[in-house]
Design a protein around this ligand. Sequence first.
Ligand SMILES: [Zn+2]
Ligand SMILES: [Zn+2]
Length: 580
Amino acid sequence: MTSSPATVDRFAVAAALREIGLLLEVKGGNPYRARAYARGAAAVEALAGDLASLVAEDRLTQVPGIGAALAAQIAELHRTGRSSTLERLRAELPPGILDLVQVPNLSVERVAALHRALGVRSVAELKAAAEAGRVRGVKGFGEKTEKKILDGIAALEARGQTLLLHEALAASEALRAWLAASPHVLRVDVAGEARRRTETVEQIQLVAAARDPEAVVEHFLGMPQVAAVVEREGGRGHVRLAEGLHARLEAVAPSEHVPTLVRLTGSSAHYEKLKARAEGESLVLSERALTPRGGRRAVALKDEAALYRRLGLQYVPPELREDEGEVEAAAAGTLPEDLLEESDVRGLVHCHTHYSDGKHSVEEMARGAEALGMEYITITDHSPSAHYAGGLDEDRLKRQWDDIARAQEKVQVRLLRGTESDILADGALDYPDRILEQLDVVIASIHSRHKMDEDEMTRRLVRAMRLPVFKIWGHALGRYVRTRPPIACRVEEILDAAAASRAAIEVNGEPRRLDMEPRWLRKARQRGLRFVISTDAHSVRALQNFRYGVAMARRGWVRRGEVLNTLGADAFRRAVRPVQ
Ligand SMILES: [Zn+2]
Ligand SMILES: [Zn+2]
């Protein structure tokens, strides 16, 4: 049997299973049953095989973590997009209950207890109850817990329901695939922040072309991930998903698709500039059409490039549509046309193995790189100072070289040996030069003393840059996208030092880091600096991170020729070799 249009992909199935688990937990039944759903969700997400054939051949129970009862639920979800269990639970429990689970410091057990004792059904109701001092009266809750809950709600309100880029891309792809399966949909695109590849995404925006837009909205509202319909009007739908994320769809007639996609992709400042350009060309760019001034018939547009062309502009890739000078550059014809693309990357840089804090062996990582079609991979585990991360002393480093040599005999992909060396507090690197010089690649990163003051930190980094063996500046500013601010330092001064010593800047693709950020990449470009796109992978799966690195590089206007790992293995090695 092949898949019918109703089939749901494994991520949507996993999301539904996870929601069932949470709702069961809140309801307070058998805790093992609830956990079985969470485990099942993880198993489905991690499936190596194809979900459709596992369902069709009745082989789901062969997957560890999936029993007969769960298999039946998964099959139902996959085949019909619905789950009777989930629908029953949603009917039994108030729709706001899952939002409560998102409050920091509030476990599911506590949500369940508060729901039973006070009848709270949403974050707003919990907030009111806590503010009125009613939470402290519930058995097992005191004044301190009540205060913690209020703090948690404040933190949640401040944060909103933003997703990291990789989560947003996975979620939007699942929604896109769901819509694409509708027989009404002629074309569907992800727009908004996810398409611009911003580091965090507040809501998912989709644009669909259809002859019957309302039927598409109907299909959208019927997705298994939908927890609540926020708004629906004509061709527009707005929903809240089970994880608290918001998603919007605008379905339009096929002839309106291109202008709508342009409007919903760019930042509003970018879009305003386009409208102004249209005026200058005696055109009117309205919500869904580009029309000659005073005319009635819209200009027929084959694709977005055609729209930009009509406005007298070069095509502006989505990642650049931020109003940071791209419209002016596109008008002048100076927008780079050879921005880095995923397919340009030929080697995976910055990969950890189980020698330090990675999950997989050298050989497993190498095979992972090979599976991604790469020509080479650099093995760069931590150096001795990073003892918390299992940093390698000289003996273990040399043992790893033997291991690399053995793995090399079994795989095609070239293995380059390297290290991610700590930049010590005084700006020195961690291994002696005689060791560093035997490596192909040295990435130098800060892992400790993040809180130095600006002067001290700038000195530390400038000193490091001046070392002849300093070739790649790893996760430069040490930020975590949502949780850790960048280190304090005078970035431009350090970039000057990097340019003088011809060190390259890493664009770290680890989705929690994405460092350095695009605005600094542009400053680095102005100085003629070179870049490496890295994975900072600690597992085979995370080798994919290079894609997020490419996205950041594009946001920073980085061109193919500026990226060292677009070179072949030998040329790359020559470009980064740590030599005196
Ligand atoms: Zn690191
Ligand atoms: Zn690392």
